[in-house]
Every structure is written in structure tokens, then in C-alpha cells.
Write a new protein. Structure first.
Length: 505
């Protein structure tokens, strides 16, 4: 079942870590400083759903002109959108090799590119929030596909609230808002530059979507990469246009862009350069110490792990073997099996020889067979439901390690949901994310469960929480077998979206 999102959230889900602000000058980064006047204009749908008659709709010219030259024009008048009063503020951007700092009226955001982390500091407060740069880029790519699919569904359904000529979740504007593109879901937009007055402009369907006026100040190759990285992470300029802007090698005197998030809003942003100061500022990267969690889901686990320093008991293998032998002696074969399974999920190490020593007993044990059935990857919905029913039929009160059943149950429900199954929670007790947390509250060191939970949260578009799970898993057991898939995912994100990480096109 594909999750669709009708609203645009440019920086993923709610950031999850709230940490005490403790800056260190250990790794200062030289940076260029850009000071802009930022003007933001937003149009929102009118309260009335009745659009003006087609004959009364007078389209604007592609460009509006003022004393300074051309800029992206207002959208075609459909009678559905009303432009709000423009908001002006100062935007300060500091770009360096390893870091970038973006200072606005209410907050400061620091990008630590070697760590792949983004820190947002609310001005006037001594706290900041952290989220993964990978989470933000992954969200943009996932959301692009969802918007394309949702737009297709709305067009097929002939969504009635659209005005004449409006396209729901237009491919070009989706790519612009998210700053990414996908060959399989592409608008195939070709950026063509056109001169008008003292501006270079780019158009889409007769609408100016980007306009730029360069200053006479040239940027070096490295400086141009850093500025392009700023454009990728913070603006809504189409990737094809952004690539051309990145190759100009000039400080923009004025830069503006326009996007439509039909049927929700239309936006126009203009940056006017006030001052450019090359290499005159040091960005101080933070020496971060985790303080608490801003995620209701992960907060209890985070606090437990912090108290224990993310360190599993040193004798966990010996304890696991000892527990296994005790359960076998009591002929409690399900708990014996779960004990070895738990150790394997924690460490990625599997004690096959111990399992083999009780294979006959497990085959004769009804509950062990139910667990085995619940652990097998189902090929279809019928098999998944049967496995879920088998797990639910185990009397958990009889077993010390029964909390681990929640992990297998959560994965089954997750698989059913992925296939679009309805009414999948047969006992009506827990959503998958809550089932994972239920097991982790008992034992917060189950590394594999964090990877499974993170994968599931990503399908819910909770990317920041997903990557927080991955971060915890890496701390608990570096090199866990499940980490390989995550490493490959992150490498692909960098390879496919270099502008966000290095500024390269």
C-alpha cells in the first residue's frame, strides 16, 4: 500500500533529537558570507470553491517588470488563489568546504557535511534539534514518486477543485519543490535560458519559474560548488535549472523562483544580494552530546540507552548460552529458541550449533513450530495471515522471552500493509511501530529490531525517526549484517543526489 502525502514538507518529518547546545571550536570551517534580502510571496486557495468563468480569466504576461527588471510573474488568474502580503526578512548564508550555516529571523541551521547531519537552533534558546541529511534527501526522493502517483490518480479521477489549465502535483513543480529528479518518473524538462532586460530567465508552460541577475563577482570552482549546495538544500529551483546556475560561476545579484503546489498553494521567493564577503567567517561545528529525544516513539529507548552508554553487557554471549541451557533442561524449547534468536538479532552472530542440538525437540514442540511458521517470509497475503494467526495463538504467559514475538508480528503486519491488505491486525492490539517498541522496551539492545523499525518508519514517511533508528543501531553494533543494506542505501543517495552533499551536479 503506497502512502500518499498531499502536503509538501521540505525538510522531512519532525526532527527527533533535542540536544544541549555546546559549541566547540575544535573544527572551525572557513566560509564565504552572503547577506540577502529575502521576499516570500504565497498564494492560497480562496474560501469559495467557485472559479471565475473562463472568459473572465485574463492571463498575465509571462513576466512582470519593475524598476529592477524582470522577475517571475504571478500565476494565471483562475479566481481560486489569493496572494498574501509579501514577507521580507534578512537571510544570511555562510558556505564552507565542510559546513554551511543559514541564519534567518527565528532560527539558525548548520549543515555538517562530513557527519551528514543538520542542526537547527531556535534563536534565543540554548538548544538545537538534529536530523540526518540522509533522511532529508531520502524523503525528497520518496515524496517525488508519491506526488507523481497521486497526481496521476487525481487526473484520472478528474479532481473537481482544480481550475482551468491546472495540473495536480505537476511533475515539473514537484521536481522543483523537492529539488530532485528520477529517470523513471521524470518531467523531462529541458532548461532553456532566455534573456529579458537585465535578467536571464527560465520558463515552464509560459510561466517564468526562475530569473537571475549576476553580479560582477566571480566564484572559484570550490566556491561555486558550495553555493550550488546551498541552492540544492534550501531553495525550490528545478534541478535542471539549478545545474545551469551552478555552472555560471558568479555571485547572483538577484535570484528568484516560482513554484505551484497545486491544489494547495503557489509561492514566489526573491533573494536580493546586500553584501558578499569572501572567506571572512569561521563556522564552528558543534561538539554534540545527546541530551533527550523529541520523538515520543523513541524517547523511552533513547533514555535507557544513554543511561547504559549504548553498551550491551560484556558477558552477553555467555549469558545467552547459559540461559539457553537452562531452558533446554526445563524442556522449554520455545524460550531456548527465542534466546538464541535474540542474541542473533543483537549481534548478527548466530549460534547454529546450539539450535542443531535441539532440532528434534523443536520439531516436536507445538509452540516452537508456530514461531517457525511466523518467522518464514510469506509469499502472499494468505500465508502472511496464517503466520500471524500462528503467532497470536501462542500463550505468551508461559514464556519469559515472549516479548520477542512482537518483532516477528510487526514484520508480518508490515509485509501485509505493503501488499495493500486491510484489517491486518487480527488481535487489534498493536500497530507495527508500537509492536517493535514493545519488544525494545524490554531489551533496548536488539540491533536488528531498530533496522526493521527504521525501514517501516520510512514507509510511513517518518524519515527523521527512521534514520534515528539507524543511528542507534550503528552505535549498538557497528558492522551488524543489517548495516550493509543501509550503507548501500546511503551510498546511492550520495551518488544520485551529489548536489546536496558536495555541490556537484
Amino acid at each position: 500500500m503506497q502512502v500518499f502525502h498531499s502536503s509538501f514538507r521540505p525538510f522531512s518529518a519532525t526532527p527527533v533529537l533535542l540536544v544541549a547546545l555546546a559549541f566547540s571550536l575544535a573544527r572551525p570551517c572557513s566560509a564565504d558570507t552572503y547577506l540577502f534580502e529575502e521576499t516570500v510571496e504565497t498564494a492560497v486557495p480562496e474560501v469559495s470553491e467557485t472559479a471565475a468563468p473562463a472568459a473572465a480569466q485574463k492571463p498575465n504576461k509571462p513576466l512582470e517588470k519593475n524598476g529592477a527588471g524582470a522577475r517571475p510573474a504571478s500565476p494565471l488568474k483562475s479566481g481560486r488563489y489569493k496572494w498574501q502580503a509579501a514577507e521580507k526578512s534578512t537571510l544570511q548564508v555562510k558556505t564552507g568546504t565542510n559546513a554551511m550555516e543559514v541564519v534567518r529571523k527565528n532560527d539558525t541551521t548548520i549543515y555538517d557535511f562530513p557527519k551528514r547531519e543538520i542542526y537547527t537552533i531556535e534563536n534565543g534558546k540554548h538548544q538545537y534539534e538534529s536530523r540526518s541529511l540522509f533522511a532529508m534527501v531520502a524523503y525528497r526522493n520518496d515524496e517525488l514518486i508519491n506526488r507523481f502517483m497521486l497526481g496521476k490518480l487525481m487526473r484520472v479521477a478528474k479532481f473537481k477543485k482544480l481550475g482551468d489549465g491546472e495540473t495536480p502535483f505537476d511533475k515539473f513543480y514537484s521536481e522543483a519543490m523537492l529539488g530532485v529528479s528520477n529517470p523513471s518518473y521524470s518531467s523531462n524538462y529541458k532548461a532553456a535560458l532566455r534573456k529579458l532586460a537585465d535578467r536571464d530567465i527560465y520558463e515552464y508552460n509560459g510561466q517564468t519559474v526562475t530569473a537571475v541577475k549576476d553580479s560582477t563577482t566571480a566564484l572559484s570552482g570550490e566556491q561555486a560548488l558550495q553555493f550550488n549546495r546551498f541552492l540544492a538544500n534550501t531553495t525550490m529551483i528545478h534541478p535542471a535549472i539549478r545545474r545551469q546556475l551552478g555552472s555560471r560561476g558568479k555571485v547572483p545579484q538577484e535570484l528568484s523562483w516560482y513554484v505551484e503546489n497545486t491544489p494547495l498553494s503557489k509561492n514566489r521567493v526573491t533573494l536580493k544580494l546586500i553584501k558578499y564577503s569572501p572567506d571572512n567567517y569561521k563556522i564552528s561545528l558543534a561538539d554534540l552530546s545527546e541530551e533527550s529525544s523529541n520523538s515520543r516513539l523513541l524517547s523511552p529507548l533513547y533514555l535507557k540507552l544513554k543511561e547504559r552508554g549504548y553498551k550491551r553487557p560484556a558477558d552477553s554471549q555467555e549469558t545467552s548460552v547459559s540461559k539457553f541451557k537452562q531452558f533446554v533442561q526445563k524442556k522449554n524449547y520455545l524460550d531456548a529458541l527465542l534466546t538464541l534468536t535474540e542474541y542473533g538479532l543483537e549481534t548478527g552472530e548466530h549460534q547454529i550449533y546450539l539450535l542443531q542440538s535441539i532440532s528434534k525437540q523443536m520439531q516436536a514442540d507445538a509452540d516452537s513450530q508456530k514461531l517457525a511458521k511466523g518467522c518464514r517470509a510469506p509469499e502472499n497475503e494468505e500465508e502472511a495471515r496464517a503466520s500471524l494467526a500462528a503467532l497470536d495463538s501462542i500463550d505468551r504467559k508461559k514464556y519469559e522471552k515472549a516479548y520477542l514475538i512482537d518483532i516477528f508480528r510487526a514484520n508480518l503486519i508490515k509485509d501485509l500493509a505493503a501488499h495493500g491488505a486491510q484489517k491486518i491486525n487480527t488481535t487489534g492490539e498493536k500497530k507495527p511501530e508500537l509492536a517493535f517498541i514493545s519488544a525494545l522496551k524490554v531489551n533496548p539492545f536488539i540491533t536488528g529490531a531498530y533496522y526493521d523499525l527504521g525501514d517501516y518508519l520510512r514507509t510511513l514517511f517518518k524519515h527523521s525517526e527512521a534514520w534515528e533508528c539507524f543511528k542507534i543501531a550503528r552505535k549498538l553494533k557497528p558492522g551488524h549484517p543489517f548495516q550493509k543494506t543501509l550503507d548501500e542505501t546511503e551510498e546511492k543517495l550520495v551518488r544520485d543526489n551529489p548536489a546536496f552533499f558536495t555541490g556537484a551536479n
